[in-house]
Design a binder for this molecule. Structure first.
Ligand code: AP5
Length: 210
């Protein structure tokens, strides 16, 4: 399975990627998680990316493509992968094609902007293992503590309301046109994000024919 997950911020790409990765035994490559780890570790990539991420803008293509190519050259990507957050614009999609990176399907998770604003207000993430929770729809077993690694959960800096609006604007201008790009290649599938993670997973698996 070589899958791209498309969709606006908060559409549930990371949530579905975690579930699919476990089910299919392939790694999730999340450029957002890679960049957040770089910011946390204060690496040169992190120092360059931080301002863009905090403002809800895209990190420059050269920076993102560099870390992405480095990650997918690793052995665990030989037999498949799920891309979460890559590509994010036409230039990145064309670069994947130029590099000969094969994709079976681009799955777009569809959800309204109004619903996204509600979802992101309640999101909590683990700063250490990147697990994602929601205070109502997917709460951790202990309040504000990661089920996987016991770290204290945090609210992402870019989940602040004004930044979410900026991220949505960037999505509609730069990422949404990729649906036409992959439709043109005969690889696009769309799924509605239903209220409820398990219900959405069922719709995703059905759409993928799994
Ligand atoms: P990134 O981390 O990729 O953020 P994003 O695309 O904005 O997506 P999110 O992680 O916010 O949302 P999601 O769709 O994964 O939703 P989630 O599953 O968490 O990127 C962050 C930044 O990094 C970018 O702004 C940019 O600066 C930079 N960047 C990254 N990649 C880049 C690239 N390629 N080029 C340039 N810059 C790049 O779900 C949201 C919440 O809803 C959770 O709390 C979840 O529990 C809940 N939920 C999910 N599904 C359901 C459901 N069905 N019912 C109820 N609740 C649900």
């Amino acid at each position: 399975m070589k899958l791209i997950l498309l969709g606006p911020p908060g559409a549930g790409k990371g949530t579905q990627a975690q579930i699919l990765a476990t089910k299919l035994g392939v790694p999730t490559i999340s450029t957002g998680d890679i960049l957040r780890a770089a910011v946390k570790n204060g690496t040169p990539v992190g120092l360059e990316a931080k301002g863009y991420m905090d403002r809800g803008e895209l990190v420059p293509d050269a920076v993102v493509i560099g870390v992405f190519l480095d990650r997918i050259s690793q052995d665990d990507c030989k037999h498949g992968y799920i891309f979460d957050g890559m590509p994010r614009n036409l230039a990145q999609a064309q670069e994947l094609d130029r590099q000969g990176i094969q994709i079976d399907t681009a799955l777009s998770i569809e959800i309204s902007d109004a619903e996204i604003e509600k979802r992101l207000t309640g999101r909590r993430v683990c700063p250490d293992c990147a697990a994602t929770f929601h205070v109502e729809s997917d709460p951790p077993q202990k309040d504000d503590v990661c089920d996987r690694c016991d770290s204290v959960l945090i609210i992402r800096v870019d989940d602040e309301a004004e930044t979410v609006k900026q991220r949505l604007a960037v999505y509609h201008a730069e990422t949404e046109p990729l649906k036409d790009y992959y439709k043109g290649q005969g690889k696009l599938i769309t799924v509605q994000n239903i209220n409820g993670i398990e219900e959405t997973t069922a719709a995703v698996l059905k759409a993928l024919g799994i």
